[in-house]
Design a protein around this ligand. Structure first.
Ligand code: BGC
Length: 737
């Protein structure tokens, strides 16, 4: 049999060479269409070579076909910078000295810019870094929806709204892929928490699936043209998402026509038959220690579900070898699009240009939540002494958090940058609270005294990348800020009204002191340039222009996922865990259905501390009334909505103008209104611009689960324009006939 294969492939090789009329085999000839090259390469491969290609050979790579000169696939995390080189079989760093990357801001920050040009810059720059480091698959971006502020990985995602995440993910993917590096969008799908992430079986309505949880993945695939996607750890319909028929075959391949590679999450494969049949292409990370655990003395990669066990399964006549060909086709296509694209650029690494990109995105994503009495900005000439308090001022945030942890060329901490900007003589630092209980910190009395003596106070707190905070693998356990920060904040605000509270996190936190703090800033994990971005915003060198990509709930119960109790979050042990499961299963129902984030807050009129889409500026903007050009509907099938926005303050600034649509006459329950357009405009004092939005049928539709299709119903709709989901300045009515 084996001999037959070799004979066959040698003959095909000879045939290919003679037909081409040149010595270049078709698969190596880049003047030929990719699909032809794929078929040609496939025809030359032995069955063993195919099996080798569909599972890992090391922690982050899979083999190509050495005999044919087809290169290996090399993946890298993602999504905020290029991960350090690790040892062949382990998560441990390989101690290279040339892999210190540029860290870009966390994706929550990118989402908070509400600016697709920032996504394009981000994708291009991180793609260049991946390319330079010879990776052809970047494991990112992540677009799982922010369902609960407890999810330890929300900082790696793009917020609670499917429309915002869809718009932001597309340019990121395109930017990465311009470098001949595949973007691997993750974690498909319904991976909305870390608690029991391998074992939780998510149940939800088809409407919630299609309206809330799938759109960003669909946009990444269809508009972004993503060349790969990563399956999620959790289960849906009692099947792990890495080999889930409905998600991978029915939706991804059949409905969306995805032609890229489905990569498993690391250790996300649990069954050979399902892996073969249900759309997985490439298995990674199944055993944590490739050479030892479960290896029986041999190379453990041979024991991966899609290695020897799959060969045996097929040899026993249980599985169809054609499905292996399908997987290999997808992987070959990815290799031709990336490593074997001779035109692809060479990339660049940790450059000044990338630092600039990183800082610009950070500055554009920081959100000014509150600023009574113009506490901010703190102009350098207006102060003699600033008291800076909080461990997060003097703490590096690019490390930790799980797989997105980075080994960086540098990271500027907030305190360093403030000292550089204001001068060391003006800055007094007190730790105030500590990430570790054993550390000694100043008493509240000492803090109060120092605060009262300072001209201004800046508190840096929030969460960090430790376990049970913003960190992969575990969820948060408390909505409140950790380490007694609330008391410190209250003491500072009482002692000095000119106190700005900066929260660094990837999640909303409880703010029992919200009325006492005059100024509050939502900062994110901002990457290498974090400190500079903060200093520029706080000093007024840069005017803040970010807006929240998620709702800041006043109380945890105001979040739909938590309102319904444990069966909705975090899920409950399934007494009937199916036989053969490796661990007990958890069942979880997304009981809030489509009412995620502001959709829930609006439905029950729960006033959030800060609503979705909220963010202030050092200037002010005035909105005109929204007008609709209904003629455009007749001509183009789209309504054009316009609104004039003017900068009425005294400094240059950016405003994110938001369009929400409400369906006023509907046969099904719909959210009060949903985001269907946004535009970021930058204006000089006194300047105004007219912002236009196109409203098409997709903006009016809901997912009709019975018909399995999107449906825009006849009747009345309202278009709202505002500066947040709750601060709506004007509205206009129209109807669909
Ligand atoms: C994470 C992925 C990551 C992979 C490789 C997994 O644990 O869920 O997001 O890309 O590890 O590090």
């Amino acid at each position: 049999m084996k001999r037959f294969f070799y004979l066959f492939s040698t003959l095909t090789l000879l045939w290919a060479a003679s037909c081409g009329g040149s010595d270049t085999p078709i698969y190596l000839d880049d003047s030929k269409p990719i699909e032809k090259r794929v078929e040609d390469a496939l025809a030359r491969m032995t069955f063993d070579e195919k099996i080798a290609m569909i599972h890992a050979q090391s922690k982050f790579s899979s083999p190509g076909v050495p005999r044919l000169g087809i290169p290996e696939v090399w993946c890298t995390d993602g999504p905020h910078g290029i991960r350090e080189e690790v040892l062949w079989d382990e998560w441990r760093g390989a101690q290279w000295t040339n892999d210190h990357c540029m860290a870009f801001p966390a994706l929550t920050c990118l989402a908070a810019t509400w600016d697709t040009s920032m996504s394009a810059m981000y994708g291009k720059a991180i793609g260049e870094e991946a390319r330079y480091r010879n990776k052809n698959v970047l494991l990112g971006p992540g677009v799982n929806i922010y369902r609960t502020p407890f999810n330890g990985r929300n900082f790696e995602y793009m917020g609670e709204d499917p429309y915002l995440a869809s718009k932001m993910v597309v340019p990121y993917v395109q930017g990465v892929q311009k470098n001949g590096v595949a973007s691997c969008v993750k974690h498909y799908a319904l991976n909305n928490q870390e608690f029991k992430r391998h074992d939780v079986n998510v149940s939800l309505s088809d409407r919630a699936l299609y309206e809330i949880y799938l759109p960003a993945f669909k946009a990444a695939v269809q508009e972004g043209g993503a060349w790969s996607i990563m399956g999620a750890y959790n289960l849906y319909q009692n099947q792990h998402c890495c080999h889930n028929k409905r998600l991978l075959v029915d939706i991804l391949r059949d409905e969306w026509k995805f032609d890229g590679v489905v990569v498993s999450d690391w250790g996300g494969v649990e069954d050979t038959a399902e892996a073969l049949n249900n759309g997985l292409d490439l298995e990674f990370g199944t055993w944590t220690d490739g050479l030892a655990q479960n290896s029986g003395g041999s190379d453990a990669y041979d024991n991966y579900y899609m290695a020897n066990p799959l060969k045996q399964y097929i040899a026993e006549g249980k599985g169809d070898a054609k499905l292996v060909d399908e997987k290999v086709r997808n992987i070959l296509r990815l290799i031709f699009r990336t490593t074997m694209d001779r035109q692809r650029p060479y990339g660049s690494f940790a450059t000044e240009e990338h630092a600039e990109v990183s800082r610009t995105i950070a500055e554009n994503g920081i959100v000014l939540l509150k600023n009574d009495n113009n506490v901010l900005p703190i102009a350098p000439e207006s102060v003699k002494k600033i008291l800076v308090v909080g461990e997060n001022a003097d703490y590096k945030m690019t490390k930790g958090g799980g797989s997105s942890s980075l080994k960086v060329k540098y990271e500027i901490k907030p305190l360093e940058a403030l000292v550089a900007l204001y001068g060391a003589e003006k800055i007094q630092y007190m730790k105030g609270y500590s990430h570790r209980e054993k550390d000694e910190v100043e008493s509240l009395e000492e803090l109060r005294k120092a605060a009262a003596e300072a001209d201004a106070v800046i508190f840096f707190g929030g969460l960090n990348k430790r376990s049970h905070q913003d960190c992969e693998g575990r969820d948060r356990q408390d909505f409140a800020l950790p380490y007694g920060q609330d008391a410190v904040i209250e003491a500072l605000c009482e002692a000095n009204p000119r106190t700005a509270v900066v929260v660094i996190s990837g999640n909303a936190v409880a703010m029992p002191w919200v009325e006492k703090a005059n100024s509050i800033v939502q900062g994110w994990y901002l990457g290498s340039e974090a400190g500079n971005a903060f200093a520029n915003i706080l000093s007024g060198k840069v005017n803040p222009s970010g807006k929240l990509p998620f709702t800041y709930y006043a109380a945890l119960e105001d979040c739909g996922a938590h309102y319904h109790g444990e069966s909705s979050y975090p899920g409950i042990v399934d007494p009937q865990t199916p036989e053969g499961s490796l661990r007990p299963r958890y069942q979880q129902t997304y009981a809030e259905d489509i009412f995620v984030g502001y959709r829930w807050a609006d439905k029950f009129d729960r006033k959030p501390t800060f609503p979705f889409g909220h963010g202030l500026s050092y200037t002010t903007f005035e909105y005109g009334d929204v007008t609709l050009d209904k003629d455009s509907m007749r001509k183009s099938g789209k309504i054009v909505a316009s609104v004039e926005v003017r900068n009425t303050g005294s400094v240059y600034g950016g405003e994110i103008v938001q369009l929400y649509i409400g369906d006023d006459e509907s046969s099904v329950e719909r959210p009060v209104r949903e985001l269907k357009g946004f535009a970021k405009v930058f204006l000089n004092p006194g300047e105004s611009k007219v912002v236009e939005f196109e409203i098409d049928r997709s903006a009016l539709s809901y997912f009709d689960a019975e018909k399995h299709d999107w449906r825009a119903e006849k009747g009345a709709f309202t278009a709202y324009v505002g500066s947040s989901s709750r601060n709506l300045h004007s509205k206009a009515h129209f109807s669909l006939k």
